[in-house]
Design a protein around this ligand. Structure first.
Ligand SMILES: [Zn+2]
Length: 279
């Protein structure tokens, strides 16, 4: 898909900007760009070099900050794969509905998959088992997905349709994801997390180019924590602040994060809802 085509598609919602890759292309990689679109909160649409579409934490129709047009799931187009970092409602979101609509597998913590199948939210074939440290290639060998640790919780809150009562079910352990694309570009979606020292190990081992980092505070890192993690542990080329402003508890702002970072080699992309960036 050309830049022009994407600009036409998304001109109503935001801006597109393109960042040239700074790394040399290895012999086994495919030339081209990865498209990253922020769908609000922790939700992203990633389109690979060869056009595969991955949604992460698709909390869309119930996000109070999105417009009616942005909540229209049809406008997402095709979906090949869904990744969910943990079982909280603002991350599972529309995942099961989209998985069924597109016949796209939903990968998340194994305990969450088990619960979604047991409760009848997803058929077993759309909730394949996966866990931390594993590398999977469900979209072909060119796209590698690894589940990483996150410091958070992961209960699945569910309203039983027979009793109308709220129930709490196991949701596995919270996670983040490293995704390596066909052109070698690596994304680290951190999920919901507090600061932890093994961010340094994750960064050193996987060397992500782009990090989606939570900054809202209260449930996750605040801007000061996120800036410390960025400077001391992660050191990515690019960072997209996320998981802020959706509800009154998530007070941290990108401006505070940028201020806490000070002089940094990391370029912060302060994105608007539905904005698109290419790498
Ligand atoms: Zn959460």
């Amino acid at each position: 898909m050309s830049v022009f085509h994407i600009r036409r598609l998304f001109c109503c919602f935001g801006f597109l900007f393109s960042l040239m890759p700074t790394h040399a292309l290895a012999a086994d990689k495919v030339a081209g760009q990865v498209t990253v679109q922020w769908l609000g909160h922790a939700a992203f649409k990633l389109t690979s070099v060869t056009g595969k579409v991955i949604l992460i934490d698709p909390f869309i129709t119930k996000n109070p900050k999105l417009s009616a047009e942005q909540k229209d799931l049809i406008k997402l187009g095709k979906v090949d794969l869904i990744l969910v970092t943990h079982a909280h409602g603002d991350h599972v979101g529309d995942g099961p509905a989209l998985a069924k609509q597109h016949n796209a597998p939903l990968y998340g913590p194994a305990g969450l998959g088990n619960t979604l199948v047991a409760l009848g939210e997803l058929p077993a074939e759309l909730a394949p088992r996966f866990n931390k440290g594993g590398v999977i290639t469900p979209l072909g060998e060119g796209i590698k997905i690894t589940m990483t640790r996150a410091e958070h919780s992961s209960e699945y809150l569910w309203t039983n349709p027979k009793t109308s009562q709220a129930e709490v079910h196991v949701g596995g352990e919270p996670a983040g994801f490293i995704i390596e694309f066909e052109n070698g570009f690596k994304v680290y979606h951190m999920g919901d997390t507090g600061l932890f020292g093994d961010m340094s190990l994750i960064s050193r081992y996987y060397q992500p180019d782009l990090v989606m980092i939570p900054i809202g505070g209260h449930f996750v890192m605040n801007p000061k924590d996120a800036a410390f993690a960025t400077t001391h542990y992660l050191k990515p080329k690019y960072a997209i602040p996320m998981h802020y402003g959706t509800n009154p508890n998530l007070k941290g702002t990108p401006e505070e994060y940028i201020g806490e970072l000070g002089k940094s080699t990391t370029k912060v992309l302060n994105m608007k809802f539905w904005e698109v960036v290419k790498f």
